[in-house]
Design a protein around this ligand. Structure first.
Ligand SMILES: Cc1cc2nc3c(=O)[nH]c(=O)nc-3n(C[C@H](O)[C@H](O)[C@H](O)COP(=O)(O)OP(=O)(O)OC[C@H]3O[C@@H](n4cnc5c(N)ncnc54)[C@H](O)[C@@H]3O)c2cc1C
Length: 381
């Protein structure tokens, strides 16, 4: 990796690594896997913004640093190596701020984007519903015009940042076949949020959000009427690069832990690193992690050059997240019995890896997208 980094990127990631190792990770370990309360999360996130997180890829006008997506992903990888619970809220703020900067009216950008980049505000993005998962076009949450307001009724689910978010970009059906993004202030009456317990990542929030006659000004409409799906596709490019980085960041941590363990654990009269079947696993991990990162940074470079890259992002997302499942599982194997105990982080990483193959389009959906772009034949409908 070093050969691809500029001096500035190297300094930025080294500085961030230090604060993660010395300050943030010990606090997170002491906290355990339980839900991270909003004020505590905000404290961590605000510290990370001092090292360029959230701000890096955005224009200075909105409180950003005017850097590029590659630099941002290099930084985000470091957070993922320490904690996906912490990296995920950052990913959602980045995706939400990006969507607003590209599509929202000026008064919305001015009101919310600086707070999202500084970590003072949290955002959520809602597409999924109980009956609309991979089939995003099936969303049914309805927004009906009433004078200068929308009245929203329906249910969103799997909303990352759900219990922490101050604002929510809700994908609503505004007419038959017309999906539109509407920004909802979470203090508005008629909204209920319920957290969802998962196999891992319970430090961050994933939630159901219920809307009962929620009144939102029409001026909170993001983009043109009916542009919700089109605008979501561009957001997916950025989000899928992060999901890919989720995969290789936890795989990297699993590999680093495995290398350390294999250099300390003796069996059959030698360090297990000296057993060829263990060496094979380590070599496999290192190669696949680098391949994942290269796929992802290629996509990020295309984004930096303004080139659409749905196919490249889909390749990075499925490959990296599936790779992480295998690498993190191998890390448990290298740790033997210790690998399934709570004493060793590889147990937790193996659970976190399995989740990564689902959000922002499952592995199956990524492959359908790649094949469609190669064959020109639609596999959906
Ligand atoms: C931790 C987490 C965080 C999330 N965060 C958010 C969020 O912030 N906002 C949001 O809107 N959503 C979010 N999601 C939802 C996520 O995007 C969906 O779970 C995902 O798109 C899959 O939808 P589904 O769960 O309904 O599964 P389904 O769509 O019901 O899929 C079930 C299975 O069928 C397969 N399948 C579906 N269609 C096809 C097809 N045409 N061909 C082949 N196989 C197919 C899928 O790949 C999967 O294996 C999150 C999910 C998780 C787990």
């Amino acid at each position: 990796m070093t050969m691809l980094m500029t001096e500035e990127q190297k300094m930025a990631t080294d500085g961030l690594r230090k604060v993660l190792d010395n300050e943030i990770e010990p606090k997170l370990r002491a906290h355990g896997e339980g839900f991270i309360p909003k004020e505590m999360l905000k404290g961590f996130v605000k510290t990370l913004t001092e090292y360029g997180l959230i701000k890096a890829p955005f224009p200075e006008r909105w409180g950003g640093l005017g850097l590029d997506w590659v630099t941002h992903l290099l930084l985000w990888e470091e957070v993922g190596v320490s904690s996906i619970d912490l990296a995920l809220p950052i990913l959602i703020n980045v995706s939400g701020a990006d969507l607003l900067i590209r599509n929202a009216p000026e008064h919305i950008k001015e009101k919310y984007v600086p707070g999202l980049l500084s970590g003072d505000l949290f955002i959520g993005i809602g597409i999924s519903e109980p009956d609309a998962g991979s089939d995003v076009a099936a969303a049914r949450t309805r927004a009906v015009r009433d004078g200068d307001d929308w009245i929203i009724n329906g249910e969103k689910t799997w909303i990352s940042n759900g219990e922490h978010m101050d604002i929510f970009i809700c994908t609503c059906k505004t007419a038959e076949g017309e999906l539109t993004h509407i920004l909802v202030d979470m203090t508005t009456s008629g909204i209920e949020v319920r957290g969802i317990k998962k196999m891992a990542l319970n430090g961050q929030s994933t939630a159901q959000v219920f809307f009962g006659d929620v009144r939102v000004p029409v001026s909170n409409t993001i983009g043109e009427l009916g542009s919700g799906l089109k605008n979501t596709l561009v957001t997916f490019e950025r989000a899928r690069c992060h999901m890919a980085a989720w995969g290789y960041s936890i795989a990297r941590r699993s590999m680093e832990e495995s290398i350390k363990y294999s250099q300390e654990r003796f069996q059959h009269g030698k360090l297990i690193a000296g057993h060829q079947l263990i060496a094979d696993k380590i070599a496999d991990m290192a190669t696949k992690i680098d391949a994942s990162r290269l796929l992802t940074l290629r996509a990020a470079t295309m984004i930096d050059h303004g080139i659409r890259c749905d196919k490249e992002c889909a390749m990075a997302k499925w490959y990296s997240t599936e790779m992480a499942v295998k690498v993190c599982r191998d890390a448990v194997q290298i740790h033997g019995g210790n690998g399934v105990t709570k004493e060793y982080i590889v147990e937790r990483l193996a659970r976190e890896a399995i989740i990564g193959t689902i959000p922002d389009g499952t592995t199956e959906i990524q492959k359908l997208l790649i094949a469609r772009s190669l064959t020109g034949i639609q596999a959906f409908r």
